[in-house]
Each structure stands twice: as C-alpha cells, then as structure tokens.
Design a protein around this ligand. Structure first.
Ligand SMILES: C[S@@+](CC[C@H](N)C(=O)[O-])C[C@H]1O[C@@H](n2cnc3c(N)ncnc32)[C@H](O)[C@@H]1O
Length: 311
C-alpha cells in the first residue's frame, strides 16, 4: 500500500488563520454515516480489519473514536510483508497527511491521537517528527506533548562514527518519539468511575521520559510495540469502555492491550498475515469481568454496508 490519489478535502484558511491548511468542514445536510451502538453485532468496532488505513477510517462513523495510537511504517526500509517502506520523504508525508485527515473526522471532540515515530537513520538524518508534527498542527490538531520513549538499547551500539575524535562522531538514537495530539479541545469528557489509572502510575506517566525496553517477542513482525508502552498510553489518555483504534496495527498490540483494559478496539492493517496474528492475540486478551468487551468477529472485514463517508 502507499499513497493514493483522492479528491482534496483540505481547505486553506482565509482571514485570521490565513495560510493554515484545515480539515474541510462538512456542509449542512452532507451525508453522515449513522452511529451504531458500540458492542452491537453491526458495530464497526471490536474487530480486526485487513485493509488500507485510510479506506477503513473513511468507513467509520464521525466522532466515534476516543483514542488512536499508532506507529506507521517508518519509511526506513523495514522489510514488512506486502509494503514498501522506502518512499521519498515528500511522498511519505503526503500519504500520511491523508490518513491524519481521515482520522480527524472519526475522533470525538477531545479525542486523542498518539503517534509513535522513530528517528531516521544517522546517514540520511531528517527530523521527520518535526515534519509530522507541523503537518498535524496545520491540519488543525492541537499538539499536547512529546514523550521520549527511551529504549535502553545503548548496550548494543556499534556505530560510533569517528571513535574518540570530534571529526565526525555519531549519536545513535536510543529513543523514539511519542507525539500526542487532541481534536478541537484539550479535555476528554468521561465518567470518573471509569478511570483506571492509579496515583503512582499517573505520576510516572506525567514525567515525559519513559524508560521501556523494546519488545523482545517479535511474533513474526519487525517492529511490534512493547505492551507496557501501550498500557501506559491507554490508561493515561482514555477511560474504560472508550474506543481505541490502531490503523497501522501490525500484530495487534494496541487492540489486545485495549481489550484487556476494558476498552473497545479496532485493529486495521493491510497485511492478512499480521491480522491473523492480531486476531489470535486479541482473542486471548481477556477484559475485566465488569466491562464486557466482545472478542473479535471471526472475519477480517467491516460489517457489510458500513457506509463510506462522503469525501
Ligand atoms: C510499524 S508497523 C506497526 C507495528 C505495531 N505497532 C505492532 O505492535 O505490531 C506498521 C504496520 O503498518 C502496516 N501497513 C503498511 N501500509 C499500510 C496501509 N496502507 N494501511 C494499513 N496498514 C498498513 C504494515 O503491514 C505494518 O504492520
């Protein structure tokens, strides 16, 4: 999968915000997909869906997702199955801009978007996280914060550049960025009884330097999330029974952790093989007894008739 040609759905603001690119507002009377109760048989959530991130997002109801957590292909030539991770930076950013536009429509007001991105390689260094955060802010997202995920991988480093010489030493990225955004407003309304983060966990999360080792169990995927990273994000940024989506879901870490923590989930990935792994993993993740979150439907599709949003 990769960049697709689509009708434009951004506008450039005039007047006070001149020059900013904003998500195109819906006109009065424009067709909106009907909301379906989360957890019902024809709900588009609580599923593992094989498909293109943007196509699937476009088939979800507007204002229906509380939290999206994702790490897109990093464009650093990782050998994913069925996807070329080697676009030009411009193609890569343009493709992702389309995905961010589609996501914005489906987030509830105050809904959060957590974007994990790794620094690029030393030789072709480009501060891609700056490009991405600029794009997202131009699209109208509020940028809440930047968390540094320190992966503690320095023990394995080999690329020193000019060893013990200032002529050309290299800094090896032993961290990744976790960029956090909100739609329209900072607050996410919710019921206090559905909060599940403890005081110590909350304090630990609010310190923006997170020491979490990378996932060692790869389950056939080159870049899975460690569960601890997702567990912190889900508890810090959402309430129980909220809807959590990963549109580049890989082997299903976000969906499995979301279900285990009593959130509705939607897993999207273009690879059938990764989706099959995710399906098994989500089935095994048991939700708390008092929050019944259904196991994924035994299909990799959205229910028939999920309406496609007007472009
Ligand atoms: C960085 S990996 C995500 C890994 C995931 N966080 C995990 O824990 O397993 C990016 C994923 O995006 C998927 N992908 C690539 N192009 C896609 C597209 N157009 N739509 C949906 N998924 C896509 C790849 O198959 C890959 O699994």
């Amino acid at each position: 999968m990769g960049p697709a040609t689509r009708p434009p759905d951004v506008v450039v603001a005039r007047g006070a915000g001149a020059g900013r690119t904003l998500i195109r507002p819906r006109s009065v009377g424009e067709r909106m997909p009907p909301a379906r109760p989360v957890g019902s048989v024809d709900s588009p959530f609580d599923r593992v869906v094989r498909g293109d991130a943007r196509d699937v997002l476009d088939r979800l109801p507007a204002d229906s997702v509380h939290l999206a957590i994702t790490s897109p292909p990093y464009n650093v030539k990782i050998p994913y199955r069925g996807y070329s991770d080697d676009l030009s930076p411009e193609q890569y950013l343009a493709w992702l801009r389309g995905v961010w536009q589609s996501l914005h429509r489906v987030l509830v007001p105050g809904g959060r978007f957590v974007l994990n991105v790794a620094p690029t390689s030393i030789k072709e260094f480009r501060p891609i996280h700056h490009d991405l955060s600029t794009d997202l802010r131009q699209l109208g997202y509020i940028m809440r914060t930047e968390i540094i995920w320190y992966k503690q991988t320095m023990g394995r480093r080999t690329a020193w550049g000019s060893w013990r010489s200032p002529s050309n030493p290299h800094v090896v990225p032993s961290w990744e960025y976790v960029l956090v955004f909100s739609k329209d407003q900072w607050n996410l309304p919710g019921d206090r009884s559905l909060v599940d983060i403890g005081a110590r966990e909350f304090e630990r999360c609010s310190d923006g330097f997170w020491r979490i080792p990378p996932e060692r169990k790869r389950s056939g995927h080159p870049a899975p999330f460690p569960e601890e990273l997702i567990e912190r994000l889900v508890k810090f940024y959402s309430y129980r029974a909220n809807v959590v989506v990963d549109m580049f879901g890989g082997t299903g870490t976000v969906a499995a952790v979301a279900r285990r923590l009593g959130r509705h989930y939607l897993h999207i990935d273009s690879s059938e093989e990764y989706c099959r792994i995710a399906l098994e993993r989500v089935r095994r993740a048991l939700p708390p007894r008092e929050i019944p979150i259904p196991p994924p439907a035994d299909s990799l599709d959205l229910p028939a008739g999920s309406p496609r949003a007007a472009p």
